[in-house]
Structures are given as structure tokens and as C-alpha cells.
Design a binder for this molecule. Structure first.
Ligand SMILES: [Mg+2]
Length: 293
């Protein structure tokens, strides 16, 4: 949808609310379809947002997904170093943190699990998924993934198509059953339902609320001055800890909804303090000098 269409579709949900100095977003199903690159409309709106305030993206995904889903798209739409300086990246629920470092994005910290914690989490997820009949044999890539800071169970594999993932657990019952079975086996770890087919295990107390609290000190922005946008603010959802933390939240259903919301939010924010993004020069075909006749 074009920005004008988005503006027309927008139905005036932003009322007089405190003006945030930082807006944080979930990634999958908030800024982009699950595991997919940001649509151009969302990338352009984020760049407009960066001209005005600081922006954070926090997700269960790894940095590699931030690179392909977010950064590649923002760069293609004209991300400048000045705008990049206002961007905070929190992969794996904020257990890792990346900032612009002049030449690219550098890792500022990573809170990894111990080898014993990772082994216990992998074993509990596999055993309980098999016991509950949730261990699928036809998958798209590995079901269990050791991300260092997080162990992730993806019922159909990391690369499963969106339709298959949506059909696997439409009511969320299967994920909830697995989470409830695994959590008591890992009392020192946090067990949480992640995306549509996934369960994430992290160090206890390390979830998106942890990341947002870290962000408050790292960015020097009080939680009261932040706004969080996510698609899973429901009870048990992976965005819920941010709401429970007391951060002002806005619930969305997919990136189109987010684009509509941002289109309405932008005019309520401070005037831009940075220049517009500059679209990169199109790559011209190499000119081969013609040989003298
Ligand atoms: Mg999400």
C-alpha cells in the first residue's frame, strides 16, 4: 500500500498520548511477515520515524535475520549513518544488542547460556515434544536450534513456509501444552512461546521486558518515554512481558496494521531533526570504452 493509501486507511486511533522519544517494535508479524524482509512501505515509515526519534527492533530471531529482514531493506531505502545511529537492534529477545559503530553494526553485548543450560533445554524440548506427539518428522530444517543465548524449538523447522506454520497450531494449544510441559523441567530457565510454531528458552528473566529495561539504560530513555508495538501482547505471547513491565504498548495484527498506525503516529511526533534518507544511486552497467577502429 502507498503512503497515501495508508493515510486514507488510517482511522484515527492515535489520541492525545505522551510523545515517545523511542519507539520499539517486535519484528515478525509486526514489521514484516514472519521471517520475511520489511515491505518498502514499512522501511520508508521506519526511516521517517528515525528522523524524529530513536527506534528499537526486538525479536526472538538472531542477528542474521535482522540483517536480511531489516538492515538490508533500510539500506536499500536510503539509511544514512546519522539515521543508523538512532537504531537499536535487540536480537534473541534482547539477550544480544547491536548498535551502529561508524562502519556497520557491532555487537555491544551477548548474554549466552552455559553449556549445561543449553543441553538441559535441548533434552527437555525433544523429550516432551515426543511424549506429546508434537515431534514432526517432515520438517523444513532442524526443529531444535542452539542460538547460544537462546534454544529455539520450531515444530516444522526454521524454514517452514508460513501457510504450513499457520496451519500447525491455529489455536496455540499445542505450543501452550509443550511450554507447560517443559517449563517445570527447566526451573532456572525461561520457557516462552515464540512465533507461530516455536518455543524459546532463555536465561530466566531474560525476555523482551529484560531487553527493554537494558535499553532504557543503554539509550538513556526512561521506560515511560517509550512506546512498544507488537503483535503478541496477548497473555502468553512473546511481547506480553513488555506490557507487564508497564511500557505503553500498541497491539497490531500484521505489518499493514503497523504501517497504518505509524502513518497516524508520525505527525504527532517532534519535527524531523535529521535530513531525509537518500536513496542509493542505481547501479549503472559498466561502461567498456570502445576500442579504436
Ligand atoms: Mg511477532
Amino acid at each position: 500500500m502507498s503512503r497515501d493509501d495508508a493515510a486514507r486507511a488510517y482511522s484515527g486511533r492515535v489520541t492525545a498520548a505522551p510523545v515517545p522519544s523511542l519507539v520499539a517494535f517486535d519484528l515478525d508479524d509486526t514489521l514484516a511477515p514472519s521471517k520475511s524482509p520489511l515491505p518498502d512501505a514499512v522501511a520508508d515509515l521506519l526511516l521517517e520515524l528515525l528522523r524524529r526519534v530513536q527506534v528499537c527492533v526486538i525479536s526472538g530471531g538472531q542477528y542474521g535475520q535482522f540483517r536480511t529482514q531489516v538492515l538490508d531493506r533500510l539500506e536499500a531505502r536510503g539509511l544514512t549513518p546519522e539515521l543508523a545511529e538512532r537504531l537499536h537492534l535487540m536480537p534473541t529477545c534482547g539477550t544480544t544488542y547491536y548498535r551502529w559503530a561508524g562502519h556497520g553494526f557491532d555487537q555491544v553485548y551477548a548474554h549466552t547460556l552455559t553449556a549445561a543450560e543449553r543441553d538441559a533445554a535441548l533434552a527437555a524440548l525433544e523429550t516432551e515434544a515426543m511424549r506429546l506427539g508434537l515431534w514432526e518428522t517432515e520438517t523444513w530444517g532442524p526443529v531444535l536450534e542452539d542460538r547460544g543465548t537462546q534454544i529455539t524449538f520450531s515444530a516444522l523447522g526454521q524454514a517452514a513456509p508460513v501457510e504450513a506454520k499457520t496451519a500447525w497450531d491455529p489455536t496455540g494449544e499445542r505450543k501452550a501444552a509443550l511450554r507447560d510441559a517443559v517449563a517445570p523441567l527447566l526451573p532456572d530457565l525461561e520457557v516462552r512461546s515464540g512465533g507461530s510454531t516455536s518455543i524459546d528458552v532463555t536465561r530466566k528473566g531474560v525476555d523482551k521486558a529484560y531487553g527493554m529495561t537494558e535499553l532504557a539504560s543503554l539509550a538513556g530513555v526512561a521506560l515511560d518515554d517509550m512506546l512498544f508495538v507488537g503483535d503478541r501482547l496477548d497473555e502468553g505471547g512473546n511481547d506480553r512481558p513488555v506490557l507487564d513491565l508497564g511500557v505503553r504498548c500498541h497491539a497490531v495484527e500484521g505489518w499493514e496494521d503497523t504501517a497504518d498506525y505509524l502513518t497516524g503516529l508520525l505527525p504527532t511526533l517532534p519535527e524531523p531533526t535529521l535530513p531525509e534518507p537518500t536513496l542509493p544511486e542505481p547501479t549503472l552497467p559498466a561502461v567498456t570504452p570502445s576500442a579504436p577502429a
